[in-house]
Each structure stands twice: as C-alpha cells, then as structure tokens.
Design a protein around this ligand. Structure first.
Ligand SMILES: NC(=O)c1ccc[n+]([C@@H]2O[C@H](COP(=O)([O-])OP(=O)(O)OC[C@H]3O[C@@H](n4cnc5c(N)ncnc54)[C@H](O)[C@@H]3O)[C@@H](O)[C@H]2O)c1
Length: 367
C-alpha cells in the first residue's frame, strides 16, 4: 500500500484532503466512515461502475462500520442531464434523506459532475465526498469543485462550484478501465503538462499506449503531478476569473467537436483534437515556436491522435459551434494559447484571448 495526501487550504475553499494511493480501498472506506459520523450515506454511481466496483465498495464500507445505500443511473455522457438529476433528487426525497445526508460519488467524471450537482442542490446543499474511478476524473474533473450537467445548448452549461469534503483516489480501480478510457484521461493530464509542466511529459512517454494500465506506479505519478498542478491553480483562482482559465487549453475547439458529434466522441479525445488545433493557432499567431508545435503533434500522435484522422466536420461548422461555448466573451469565443510547452501566453493579465475566425479556419485547414 502506498499513498500520498495533499491538503487543500485556501481562504476561498473549505479545507479538504486529497488522498492518492494504491491498495487503499479499506483506508478510503474508513475515511468516509469518519466523515459520515451521525449522517446517512447515499452512494451515487453509474451502472458500469456499480457492476465492477459496487459490491466491493459497499463491503469495505461495511467493514469500516458504515451502512450505505446505492443510487444508480445509466452510464454515459447522455445521462449527464436534468432528468438524471431530478430522478436522483426525487429518489432521495422519497426515502426521506434529510440535511444529515452525506453523498458519495463513486465513478468517473460523469458521476462526479452529477452527484456533486445533486449534493450542491439537495435541500439547498449537503456535503459530499468524491471517489473518482477513471483516470480522467482523477487527473482533472474531481479537482476544483466544478459540478454540473449538459443541456442541448452545450456541455456543462448548468452547474455550481461545490467543494467536496474529501477526494479519495484508489489507483488500483484503474486496472479494470479499458485502454481507451485510460487514454481519454491521459489527454487531460497531457493538457495540464502542456500548459504548466513540461518535465512531467516524460511520465507520459514512459506509458505503453496499447497497455496503459499495466504500469500503475507510473499512472499514480501522472495523477499526483496533475492533481498538484490543478489544485494549485484552483486555490489561486477558484471561480475561473483569471489563471484557472488555462485548464481550458484545447477546450474551445474540443467542446465544439464534442457537441457536433452529439457527445459520441469522448471528452478527452475531443480536447486532444482541440489541442492540435489550438497549438496550431498559437503557432500561426507567432506565440509558439514551430519546434514546440511539432513536439505537441508528436506527443499526441504517439497516443493515437493524428491530424489525418481529424473528425470530419467542416471548419465553418466547428467555428459556429465554438460560439455557444461558455468561454464566449462579448460574442467572441476565447482561446488559451501556448507560448511554449509548459507555459501559456498571457497578455495584460489575461489568460484567454479572442482569435479571428480566419486564423481558426487556417489552423483547422492545416490539419
Ligand atoms: N467538473 C470538471 O471540472 C470536469 C473536468 C473535466 C471533465 N469533466 C467531465 O467528465 C466527464 C467525463 O468523465 P469520464 O471520462 O470519467 O467518463 P465517465 O464518467 O462516463 O466514465 C467512462 C466509463 O467508464 C466506466 N468506468 C468508470 N470507472 C471505471 C473503472 N474503474 N473500471 C471500469 N469502468 C469504469 C463508466 O461506467 C463509464 O461507462 C465529462 O462529462 C466531462 O464534462 C468535468
């Protein structure tokens, strides 16, 4: 058993701990049990996670002296909507869960976003603990307190900032995750390293893209490096008014592609394509060197993202789809641009910038 603890304290955020480790399933159950003293525990999960981890999770809670009830919804991004939220809220109300409720999210980014949003809104807000089970959730979505759902108008267009009491990560859960899901999460970690930490790209290079879950120790290091960077950014800018915008590198184009694919393309893959385009935009605008741009293309190509396979949407429809994005200011979508690998372009204290449609179009056509 190995583990590391990152304590989050900031004037804006109620302090909480992030526990990352391998073989710490029982420790996670004990931590939940301590937090749950005098409370009723509702575990929210999806059908996929329940089938794989549900019983073992409940057993560990039981060993830790806690009885909990599972509330499940159908796995998949299509479930991240108002209907699922209403169904879960009503199921809790039906069973008379009161203000003494502790919600535990057990699952990937979809479960975390949904369960966290239920926690933020149930009886005007109850505490929650996040137990992320996908790489994407560990390196990214479980950190920073953003919760919410999609609407026909776009991804994550309804939501809240609602900090968990703890984020508890068992790296061993990743051993059952299909390679495609590992890569999906790896793209968010790669994004963090492109914007903030060139050195950690060496960890990504060590992974075998065909069998990424084989080296759990390396994955644990990738998780820890990503978490440390993201929690630092979150602490400095909880509400995404300045620096936190950099987590959106690749996301203006990525979200547009995801929307156009009607969410059939997974989030991580969508932002990987988005990073290719946004690196090219950075290069066309003269912020990023050709050499760094080439390195970004090579890193993503090794992980299966090649410009020749770019999703078959035309540039005009992609540009149009960017205009419904949350990052639109004054009618113009904004982009996070790189000035080198590990560092973003900042101008006048701003971390995201409007870009002419013509430049975006050239970048898209260059792929
Ligand atoms: N809140 C944020 O800050 C933030 C940041 C990034 C992404 N997100 C959101 O995260 C979501 C994507 O998350 P995701 O990629 O984790 O998808 P997901 O939650 O849909 O999980 C993917 C699939 O893996 C299954 N699964 C989960 N854990 C497993 C395990 N250990 N073993 C085997 N199968 C497992 C799930 O049942 C599901 O079918 C998107 O909705 C995205 O918008 C949120």
């Amino acid at each position: 058993m190995s583990r590391s603890i990152i304590d989050i304290t900031s004037p804006d955020v109620r302090s909480y701990s992030i526990l990352i480790g391998t073989g710490i399933g029982q420790k996670i159950a004990e931590t939940i049990s301590q937090e749950a003293a005098g409370m009723r525990v509702a575990v929210i999960t999806d059908s996929g996670v329940r089938a794989i981890l549900g019983e073992q999770f409940l057993r560990a809670l039981k060993t830790a002296g806690l009885s909990a009830e599972i509330f499940e919804f159908r796995a998949g991004e299509e479930s991240k909507n108002q209907d699922t939220i209403t169904a879960l809220q009503h199921a809790l109300l039906e069973k008379r869960y009161g203000r003494d409720t502790l919600i535990v999210a057990l699952g990937g980014g979809v479960v975390g976003d949904v369960a966290g949003f239920v926690a933020a809104t149930y009886l005007r807000g109850v505490p929650w603990i996040n137990v992320p089970t996908t790489l994407l959730a560990m390196v990214d979505s479980a950190i920073g307190g953003k919760v919410g759902i999609d609407t026909p108008y776009g991804k994550n267009t309804i939501g809240a900032f609602w900090m968990p009491r703890a984020v508890l990560m068992e790296i061993e859960y990743l051993s059952q995750l299909p390679a495609k899901e590992i890569l999906n999460g790896l793209f968010e970690a790669v994004k963090t390293f492109f914007t903030s930490d060139k050195d950690s790209l060496a960890l990504v290079e060590r992974l075998d893209p065909a069998h990424p879950a084989e080296d759990l120790a390396n994955l644990a290091q990738i998780v820890e490096a990503s978490v440390r960077i993201k929690e630092g950014i979150t602490k400095r800018d909880l509400r995404e008014e300045s620096e936190r915008k950099i987590i959106n590198f690749g996301h203006t184009i990525g979200h547009a592609i995801e929307l156009l694919s009607r969410y059939k393309l997974p989030h991580g893959y969508s932002i990987a394509w988005g990073m290719l385009v946004e690196a090219k935009i950075s290069e066309l605008l003269g912020h990023l060197s050709e050499g760094d741009s080439r390195l970004i293309f090579a890193t993503l190509s090794r992980l299966g993202i090649q410009s020749a396979d770019f999703p078959s949407f035309n540039p005009e429809e992609i540009i149009e789809a960017t205009k419904g994005d949350k990052k639109v200011r004054g009618g113009k979508p904004h982009y996070v641009l790189l000035e080198r690998i590990g560092s973003v372009y900042v101008k006048d204290g701003l971390y995201a910038h409007p870009v002419d449609d013509e430049v975006v179009k050239r970048a898209l056509q260059s792929l």
